[in-house]
Ligand binder design. Structure first.
Ligand code: SAH
Length: 363
């Protein structure tokens, strides 16, 4: 039995079944046995591959996006470039390289990283050595100060959420407990939970409180101090019912309770609710738009062509394949499943990549 499974069983025996958010938080962030706390999970050798690990073009385009945003902000002499959940640090390194096109921006920015994993902090320090002297933070409020440009790729999907199931007797909370053999299993709370939502029996409602709190904190901050936050993740543009919790190990889906601490656990991001939370907190909202539209709007095809001019035919093929993978629609590509949402100070013009997609009701 894995060390974390033993600990979960002990916890449930002494305290009773736990909310899904607690299970997720322990699986990902348990100080000794949490998934992210103990390893570098990315890439072909690992469990999953993210957009910055597919191609340097992803980070470079977002770097140019940040340059344009800084100019639209009136080129403040001091600005924090903040990344939430930077993984290996690849996205930040590619952004900073692209940002060299405008030395005044490069001179104005300081790099701030929100990262809970000591293993990944060390990896980020290595990736960024010579390029930046990052400051690491544990809490989002510490990372935000003054005008900011915030980037988060596949961060919100790792934040713990709770789940509720509609039964004939009303809503009940989905809990992780023990079956008669002492294995982990899902069950429902004995007491009904008062939820406003109306749904057919069997429906699952997710409550992504940590992600909504994070978005509200970002929105409040940019609305007051200036700047914008770019959130990229997989999820849906419309709210709906459904259980989106999934576990992935070695590039395959595995049952959520099978490998606690050994598999990545994520949820789909409900972009409609994130956008509504940002509007309520006083920010302007750009998007959500599909990652394909966003990257093409920033010039992905032109960048791919420019890189190919200096490449061998084999490299050119890899560049074209990466561009396709980042932008292709459907279940296999990242172009429509992944979405981009930006929260911004209300006086900023529509942000690059979103120009055609600003919510009309904001005027
Ligand atoms: N952005 C990177 C990594 C995505 S994986 C990429 O695109 O490749 C999620 C990242 O968020 C990891 O770095 C993980 O350690 C970090 N993370 C997850 N939950 C966190 C939390 N609650 N607080 C801080 N960092 C967290």
């Amino acid at each position: 039995m894995s060390a974390l499974r033993a600990e979960l069983v002990r916890l449930i025996r002494s305290e009773g079944p736990m909310p899904v958010s607690r299970y997720m938080a322990l699986c990902l962030g348990h100080p000794a046995h949490g998934y992210y706390m103990t390893r570098d999970p990315f890439g072909v050798q690992g469990d999953f591959t993210t957009a910055p690990e597919i191609s340097q073009m992803f980070g470079e385009l977002i770097g140019v996006w940040a340059v344009q945003l800084w100019q639209a902000m009136g080129a403040p002499p001091s600005i924090r470039l903040v990344e939430l959940g930077p993984g290996r640090g690849t996205l930040m390194a590619d952004m900073l390289r692209a940002a060299r096109v405008l030395p005044a921006f490069r001179a104005a920015l300081s790099v701030h990283l929100l990262e809970m994993s000591p293993v990944l902090r060390a990896l980020q320090a290595r990736t960024l050595a010579g390029q930046a002297e990052p400051v690491w933070h544990d809490r989002i409020e510490e990372a935000l100060d003054g005008p900011v440009i915030v980037i988060a790729n596949e961060f919100l999907d790792a934040l713990p959420l709770d789940q509720f199931v509609k039964t004939q007797e009303g809503w009940r909370e989905r809990l992780v407990g023990l079956d008669p053999e002492g294995g982990l299993c899902f069950g429902l709370s004995g007491a009904a939970v008062d939820l406003a939502a109306d749904a057919a029996p069997g429906s699952v409602l997710e409550q992504p409180r940590a992600a909504l709190d994070c978005v509200a904190a970002l929105a409040r901050h940019v609305a007051g101090a200036g700047g914008a936050a770019l959130l990229i993740d997989y999820g849906s543009a419309q709210s709906g019912f459904g259980d989106t919790l999934q576990a992935m190990r070695r590039h395959r889906f595995v049952p959520v309770l099978d490998d606690p601490g050994e598999a990545d656990l994520t949820v789909h991001v409900d972009f409609a609710r994130m956008a509504a939370a940002a509007l309520r907190a006083g920010a302007a909202v750009n998007g959500p738009v599909g990652q394909g539209d966003f990257l093409r709007g920033l010039g992905l095809n032109e960048r791919a062509r420019a890189l190919s001019l200096r490449a061998t035919s084999e490299q050119a093929k890899a560049i074209a394949e990466a561009a396709d993978r980042l932008t292709e629609p459907g279940a296999t590509g990242m172009g429509t499943l992944f979405k981009c949402l930006a929260l911004a100070h209300k006086e900023l013009p529509p942000l690059p990549g979103f120009d055609l997609h600003r919510l009309p009701e904001q005027g």
